[in-house]
Design a protein around this ligand. Structure first.
Ligand code: R5P
Length: 294
């Protein structure tokens, strides 16, 4: 479906040859200006080249979803463990202490709720307001193959243009409609379109087959979305596989804040992402941290 070319030659992604990154530690970012690079270096660790972003923006279309009913009580205490926070301006201004200096990746799109067609989004934050909130990056969904595909791509390119004017990177989130298979062919298509059209980094789902081709064919860093809650060992294994196959970290929501012990889980995820800890060892760490409390 997604590959429109009919070439007989098999595709070659050279997954074992990392793209060179002259001028900056992050893939595809060497030609960016100082402000862009500085903001990206706040999100991604210059030591590991990776990030553990915590996504808590789900309320922008889902309302008070499980785990996010009271962000002040359940999520604010977790914030020190995250490298960056992905959230809405409403939650930032009402609930996040301004003394928190973690980089903010601001959800800048919205419109439909879960009751409507989700791809019918518009940009929902003005770049001047993003600057007032001192954000490190802005982000919106891109629904490749969705009903409002072009509209969401246009949202992203406008965000890229506005962000570039002020040195603020754009994260494109590849949102996959229910009817679309999350396989490597689709994810390659979606991620590459976002990068080609200017996204500075891309968030996408993990796929068990061929995820390395998704990261290899995307010329900017990819962060892995967590997706639906799964057992902790499975989530840790998925994060491990993603970074081993070229992801520059994770942007996890439900698999952290819906965990039985979110504080232990985010610490275990950090070990996997920044220190290449094996999933089994990370799960043992999770259990130890969890039991220490009880
Ligand atoms: C969904 O549209 C939001 O962008 C979430 O931030 C994203 O899906 C990541 O959260 P999760 O890890 O729960 O999938």
């Amino acid at each position: 479906m997604p590959d429109a070319d009919s070439a007989k030659r098999p595709k070659e992604f050279y997954e074992d040859v990392p793209m060179e990154t002259p001028g900056f530690f992050l893939k595809g970012s060497g030609a960016l200006g100082w402000g862009m690079k500085n903001r990206l270096a706040r999100i991604f660790s210059p030591e590991s080249g990776r990030t553990v972003m915590m996504a808590i923006d789900h309320g922008y279309f889902q309302g008070p979803t499980t785990g996010l009913e009271r962000i002040d009580l359940s999520i604010v205490p977790l914030m020190p463990y995250a490298d960056a926070l992905m959230l809405t301006r409403g939650i930032l201004r009402t609930t996040v202490p301004p003394s928190l200096t973690k980089p903010i990746v601001m959800r800048a799109s919205g419109g439909p709720s879960i009751l409507k067609e989700l791809s019918n989004e518009e940009l929902a934050v003005d770049i001047e307001d993003a600057i007032r909130m001192n954000v490190a990056a802005v982000t919106c969904q891109v629904f490749i193959g969705g009903e409002h595909e072009t509209q969401t791509v246009h949202n992203m390119t406008r965000l890229v243009d506005m962000g570039t004017r002020y040195g603020i990177p754009t994260l494109a989130v590849t949102a996959v409609g229910r009817e679309i298979a999350r396989d490597a062919r689709y994810l390659r298509l979606a991620c590459r379109i976002c990068a080609e059209l200017g996204a500075n980094f891309v968030k996408t789902y993990y796929c068990p087959e061929g995820f390395g081709t998704v990261t290899a064919s995307c010329p900017v860093p990819i962060v892995m979305a967590g997706g639906k809650k799964m057992p902790e060992p499975d989530a840790l294994e998925m994060a491990y596989n993603a970074v081993q196959q070229g992801a520059a970290g994770v942007d996890m929501g439900r698999n952290i804040f819906q965990s039985e012990d979110p504080e232990a889980m985010i610490q275990a995820v950090r070990k996997v992402v920044h220190e290449n800890m094996k999933p089994q060892e990370a799960y043992e760490l999770y259990q130890t941290l969890k039991h220490e409390k009880s």
